[in-house]
Structure formats: C-alpha cells, structure tokens
Design a protein around this ligand. Sequence first.
Ligand SMILES: [Zn+2]
Ligand SMILES: [Zn+2]
Ligand SMILES: [Zn+2]
Length: 325
Amino acid sequence: MTNKKTLHLPRRSRNVPMSEWRTYERPIPAAWHAMAKRKGFRVDRRVRDRYHVALECKRCGAHTAHKVYTLRSAQPICGGCRASRQHRNATKAGLVFHDRDEAHRHYATYTLPCGHKTRLQRGRVALLAKDGPPPGHSGYHCSICHAEKLQEMAANNGWSLVGADPEGDANYRLLTHDVCGHRQRVATANLETGRFGCGGCGESWVSAPSALYMLRFNVPGFGPCVKLGYSRNPMSRLRYQLGLRDDVEAELIDEVSMPTGQSALQVEKGLHRHLQTYHSDKVIPTIDLIDWINVTSEIYTAHAEPIIRRMLDDVETSHGSRPDQ
Ligand SMILES: [Zn+2]
Ligand SMILES: [Zn+2]
Ligand SMILES: [Zn+2]
C-alpha cells in the first residue's frame, strides 16, 4: 500500500529520513477515526511505528504525519494548509516564498522584489501580508542592494568600501581612498552626498574633480544598453566599479569633466529625472539587469544614446561658461 501524495512532516521530525515513514501495517482503531473526523482530518494510514499516523486534511487533501498523541490531545496542523498559507502571505507581502528555515521555525527565506534572497521572520511577513507595507515603505530591506549602493556611491567619488565600521557604528563604513590608499570611517549619509574629504592626502569633497560619463554595454541576450553616471575616474575604474561580468562588452562613449563630485552628483540626478519624465519608454529597470551589472540608477535602451549625448553637450556648454572654481 504505497501512497503517492507528499507526506508533510512536523518540524521536530524532519531529521527522520523519509524511508522511516513507510506504512505501518496495522488496523486503525475506530476511536482514532472519530477523533480525526472531529478535528478536520481522516486517518489515511499508520506510518513509521505504532505511535504515528498519516492524516489527510479535509480542506486541502494533503497528508501530514502526526503522533497519535497529538491527534488525541491537540489540534494537529495540516502541513499542506500551512505551506499554502506561507506562500499566500509571501505573495501578499510582495515576496516569493523560497524555503523554510529548518533550524529556526520562526524564519524562512524569501525572494525580494529586487531578486535577492533574504531570511525573514515569518510573523513579520504575515503582518505585512495582512496590513500591507506602511505608506512610502517597501516593508523589507535588502542588505545586498544596500551594500551595492554604498559601494557604488563610494566608487563614484574615488573611494572603495572596505567593510563595516571598526567602531561598530551601523551608520558608518570603513573606506579607502583610491588615489592615496588612506583608510577612514565615513558616515553613510556623507557617502550619499559625497561630502567628505580625505584625512590622508587632504583632498576635499569641494575640490575633488569628477566626470559625467555615458557607458554603452552589451548584455548577452539583452542587446545594447547605456548607463549615465558620474565617477571620479570613469576611464580606469568603471568595469570594476560596476561589477560588470567578463562576458559583458562595455565601452565608454562620452565623458564630461565636472569641477567637483558634488556638482557631478547633482547634475547626474537632474539628468536621470529628465529621462524618467520625458523618455520613460527608454528606461530599463535595474532589476532586469541585476545579474549583469551592479547599479542603483537607471539603465537606458540604446535609443536614449543620442538624447543623453545632447544632454551632456548642454552640461559641457553650461559648465564651460562658468568661471573656474
Ligand atoms: Zn490542509
Ligand atoms: Zn536586493
Ligand atoms: Zn587621500
């Protein structure tokens, strides 16, 4: 008497190999049938040893192994119903349920909208599913995206992220200055605005020159795309900075010098805003390219290339007309 249905196992029994859960060929006492019926199940068969039964859920039909003791003394939980509840909660919270955490029953792994996987408390996901995320918040935080974002912001200004703050402050990171090798702590808020100087060589954020650039790259199976960004040193660092895979062809096709990283950042933001507003059909969501390139700002289709080129021309003209700082 074999059964084709998946047998769900209670958490505490998951270390018992599946082969142990074979049918235990003994009659099923009538009292067990009556108890199961009252609790929304049907005793399908006895399994493993004289203490266990396979219960069929009246609602979803899934089979779950339980101790006879549990059937007698408590409300057995249907593994099928629980799994579909978890998937439903995840979907409502904007996530994809990936895998439960066998070691910590309150946790499971989920795929975030950005495509990265994360471990979350199931109760938190259930709450998100019920109430939805608070307005203006996505309700989850992707630490991978956050780390990549910080790395990109540091690199734009000619710095590299070394790691967490040695003094343990969550709002700081340890960075190294590419040109002089000096290491220092920088507040993440300053990392975002580029407002920090180097304690080693004395280069200040006000004076450090920068450049706006346009990069054309070709993702296999995706076609040509362009990236607009700013960087302290687009020529030498771009590939590394963007985490481009080796099989992605990339070419720097335009570059405009800017007096400071600060002005480069401001102008770059304005250009992205303009493109999103007036050329939204040419915007490629970064998530589509997540496996190929680490970026936080938009990527555009090749059709945006002449538009961006004109915008960079305008930037150059307006900056050329300004007095030197
Ligand atoms: Zn069920
Ligand atoms: Zn992410
Ligand atoms: Zn320095």
